[in-house]
Design a protein around this ligand. Structure first.
Ligand code: PA5
Length: 444
C-alpha cells in the first residue's frame, strides 16, 4: 500500500518507463513552467476563464451556505432531484454523486440527450414522486436542457411548484435567467470566469452534490489541498505538472489516445467528466491525445484484446482506489467445484484483494504489450480524495493545453453541429439553406 504524504492522491509512474522517465519530465519542465506561470499570472490564453484556480474562493461563505441550505430544504421535502443540464453543466455533479453518494439514485438526469424514449421513461419513473428540479445552463439557451425543462417541468405540480425548481445560470444573461426573474424561481450563479467543464466546485456541481448527501465542505477542502501543492513549479512537488508533462511527452512520441481506466464501476462518470475536460480543452488545431475511457475488469473482456495487441497508439492512465473498499470475503466450498478455494486459502481471500491483483496484472501486461501507463492512486474513495482529484485533473488539463499552445478554456468546435442543426430546425436568426447533405442509402 502506498504511503501518501500531503495529498490523498499520488502517481505511480513505474510503467511509463522507458517512454517517460523522471529525467525526461524534468528536462521538459521549461514549457510546463511557462504555462504554469502564465496561468497563475493571468496572462495565458483564455485567462478570463481561470476563476476555478482558487477552489476555496469560487463561492463566498454566504453563497456556500445558501447552496447547502437550499439542498437541505429540497432533500427534506422531496424524494428525488431532477438535474437538467449537459456537458459541464451535468458531468461534474454526476461524477461525484455516482462515486460518493449513498443513494445516487436520489438524483436523476435529463437534458444530456434528446432521446424521446429516455424522457418518456423518466417521466413514467417520476410520476407520483415528490420531485425537485435543478435546471443548469450557463448560457441559458442550450437546446438540450431547454427542451428537457419544457417537457419535464410539469412533473413538479401544485400551487407552490416554483419552490421546488431551482435554476443555476449566468448572473446577467440568458433565457433561463429571464424565466427565473419572471416566475420568482430561486437562482444560483455560474461565475463568469468559470467555463462549464471547470465548474463542478461552483453552484453548478455543489447543489446537486449536496442534495445527494455528499459532504461538499470536505470536497472543496480536498480541492484546496491540491491547489496548494499545484502552486509549486517543480513537477516533483506538483502532481498536475508531472502528469501534464508526461502525457505531452507521450503525445510527442506518437501516442494518439489516452485511456482512463478504472477498476471501480462507481468511477465511471469521473471518466466521463475527465473526457469532456480534456477533449474540449485540448482537441483543437488538429492536435491532442484523444481521451477515451474503459471500465475494468469489465472492458478487459471486450477491449482487452485491442489494448494488448492492436495498433500501438494507446497510452493508459489507471485510476485506482487504494484502500477503504468494503471487504467481501470469498466463501469456502467443500467440493471446490469452481476451483476457487485456492483464493480462500491464500492471501487474496476477498473480492477487493482480487481486484487489486487484477489491476497490477493488467498494468504489467499492458506495459509489456507496448502500452505505457501510469496510475493515479486515491488513498480511498471519499470527498477529500475526489476533491483533490478534480483539481489535479483541472490544473493538469490547463497546463497540458497551454503547453500545446491552445486555449484550454474555449470550445469553438462545439458550435459547428449547432449551427447546422439550428438552420435545419428553422431557429430564428439561422435562416438560409440548411445545406443538408443528401443521403445516399444502401437498402437491402
Ligand atoms: O464545458 C462547457 O462549456 C460545455 O460543455 C457546456 O457546459 C455545455 O455545452 C452546456 O452549456 P450551458 O451550461 O451553457 O448550457
Amino acid at each position: 500500500m502506498h504511503q501518501f504524504k500531503k495529498l490523498p492522491i499520488a502517481l505511480d509512474i513505474a510503467n511509463l518507463s522507458p517512454n517517460v522517465t523522471r529525467d525526461m519530465v524534468n528536462n521538459r519542465n521549461k514549457a510546463a513552467e511557462l504555462a504554469h506561470k502564465s496561468l497563475r499570472a493571468g496572462t495565458c490564453q483564455g485567462a478570463d476563464f481561470t476563476g476555478w484556480l482558487k477552489p476555496g474562493e469560487i463561492l463566498t461563505a454566504d453563497e456556500f451556505a445558501a447552496i447547502k441550505a437550499c439542498a437541505e430544504k429540497l432533500r427534506e421535502r422531496t424524494d428525488v432531484l431532477l438535474v437538467i443540464g449537459i456537458g459541464g453543466s451535468y458531468l461534474g455533479a454526476r461524477s461525484v454523486i455516482e462515486a460518493l453518494a449513498d443513494k445516487p439514485d436520489s438524483v436523476v438526469y435529463a437534458g444530456q440527450n434528446i432521446s424521446a424514449h429516455y424522457i418518456k421513461r423518466l417521466r413514467d419513473q417520476l410520476m407520483g414522486k415528490r420531485v425537485a428540479i435543478n435546471v443548469i445552463s450557463k448560457s441559458g439557451t442550450t437546446t438540450e436542457p431547454a427542451l428537457a425543462f419544457r417537457v419535464m417541468r410539469d412533473i413538479v405540480r401544485g400551487a407552490d411548484a416554483a419552490e421546488y425548481i431551482v435554476a443555476t445560470t449566468d448572473a446577467n444573461r440568458g433565457a433561463l435567467l429571464q424565466l427565473t426573474e419572471k416566475e420568482g424561481i430561486e437562482r444560483f450563479v455560474v461565475p463568469d470566469a468559470i467555463g462549464g467543464r471547470y465548474s463542478v466546485l461552483s453552484a453548478v456541481g455543489l447543489l446537486p452534490i449536496a442534495y445527494a448527501g455528499v459532504d461538499v465542505d470536505k470536497l472543496v477542502m480536498g480541492a484546496v489541498a491540491c491547489a496548494d501543492l499545484c502552486a509549486n513549479a517543480d513537477p516533483n512537488q506538483n502532481p498536475a505538472l508531472y502528469y501534464a508533462i508526461a502525457r505531452n511527452i507521450l503525445y510527442s512520441q506518437g501516442y494518439a489516445i489516452e485511456m482512463l481506466a478504472n477498476f471501480e464501476p462507481r468511477l465511471h462518470f469521473v471518466s466521463e467528466w475527465w473526457k469532456q475536460l480534456y477533449g474540449e480543452s485540448e482537441g483543437k488545431e488538429n492536435m491532442a491525445l484523444f481521451p477515451a475511457s474503459v471500465d475494468f475488469t469489465t472492458d478487459l473482456h471486450s477491449m482487452g484484446q485491442y489494448i494488448q495487441s492492436g495498433r500501438r497508439i494507446l497510452a493508459e492512465t489507471f485510476l485506482i482506489v487504494e484502500d477503504g473498499e468494503p471487504q467481501v470475503n470469498i466463501p469456502k466450498w467443500d467440493d471446490n467445484s469452481d476451483g476457487l478455494n485456492y483464493l480462500v486459502e491464500g492471501e487474496f481471500n476477498s473480492v477487493d484483494k482480487v481486484n487489486a491483483v487484477a489491476y497490477k496484472a493488467t498494468a504489467q501486461a499492458h506495459r509489456e504489450g507496448g502500452v505505457p501507463n501510469m496510475s493515479v492512486l486515491l488513498k480511498r474513495l471519499d470527498e477529500e480524495s475526489l476533491g483533490a482529484l478534480i483539481y489535479f485533473f483541472e490544473y493538469a488539463c490547463a497546463i497540458s493545453g497551454l503547453m500545446m499552445g491552445v486555449n484550454p478554456f474555449d470550445q469553438p468546435g462545439v458550435e459547428a453541429y449547432k449551427k447546422i442543426m439550428f438552420k435545419m430546425l428553422g431557429k430564428p436568426g439561422f435562416e438560409g439553406t440548411a445545406g443538408e447533405s443528401a443521403p445516399d442509402y444502401v437498402s437491402f
